[in-house]
Design a protein around this ligand. Structure first.
Ligand SMILES: [Zn+2]
Ligand SMILES: [Zn+2]
Length: 224
């Protein structure tokens, strides 16, 4: 039977028939603070490759969370997706009927030099650049401000970016409290908040986290 990597302790033995090649992970109960009272939740996360997406289930136990995640997965497989952008301009879309979300549209933002839909490189004035024209990106006259430039990203800034995205995700689930960032000797990252652990084992998970919890305003991500 397939096992899921657990944030702490021995691996969890899956109860559902997850495809062998699919990465799954889960975590024990963490306290969620909400207006209606504090409660405890476990989570189970799956990263299907086809269609490529991220699914998360929650419940009072890992078994329940796995069941929730499994039901979401079955729904994704059976769904004739109808994608919508919601408030995103970068091309990322969400299905109206199930939990599927992915980069499916062309970005709405365009390269300021050639008009090609582009979103990855943006200067301090908010102009976007395609891969060909990113060399023309305007330099920020104020060096204390930092904008996304993946070629020059320092580990410290990257770490802060991950931490900010993780914070958004915790807050979305109603989890409050300080967010702690830990790197293990193997290079995997754990971000912890009120007993809830977010494990980032692969670059792919970084991209997913950063893509899903993208700041709405360029530069916003570096405010604490
Ligand atoms: Zn769908
Ligand atoms: Zn261009």
């Amino acid at each position: 039977m397939k096992t899921a990597r657990k944030s702490f302790g021995p691996d969890y033995e899956c109860k559902k028939e997850w495809p062998e090649e699919m990465f799954v992970q889960c975590g024990e109960s963490g306290v969620v603070f909400s207006k209606s009272g504090n409660y405890s939740t476990a989570f189970f996360e799956a990263f299907p490759k086809s269609p490529s997406c991220f699914l998360r289930g929650e419940g009072s136990s890992i078994e329940e969370a796995e069941e929730d995640c499994w039901n979401r997965y079955q729904k994704v497989l059976a769904c004739d997706h109808e994608m919508e952008r919601r408030d995103r301009k970068d091309g990322y879309g969400y299905c109206k009927h199930c939990s599927y979300s992915s980069m499916v549209f062309e970005p709405l933002t365009k390269c300021c030099k050639c008009g090609k839909p582009s979103y990855k490189v943006v200067d301090y004035k908010g102009n976007f650049y395609c891969d060909k024209h990113k060399v023309n990106k305007l330099r920020d006259p104020n060096p204390s401000r930092y904008f996304d430039d993946s070629n020059k990203r320092t580990p410290r800034k990257y770490k802060k970016r991950l931490k900010n995205a993780a914070t958004k995700r915790f807050r979305k689930d109603g989890i409050l409290g300080p967010v702690k960032f830990k790197t293990s000797i193997t290079g995997s990252i754990k971000i912890e908040c009120s007993g809830m652990i977010l494990s980032l084992l692969f670059k792919r998970q970084h991209r997913m986290l950063l893509g899903t919890y993208k700041p709405k305003i360029a530069g916003d991500e570096y405010d604490d």
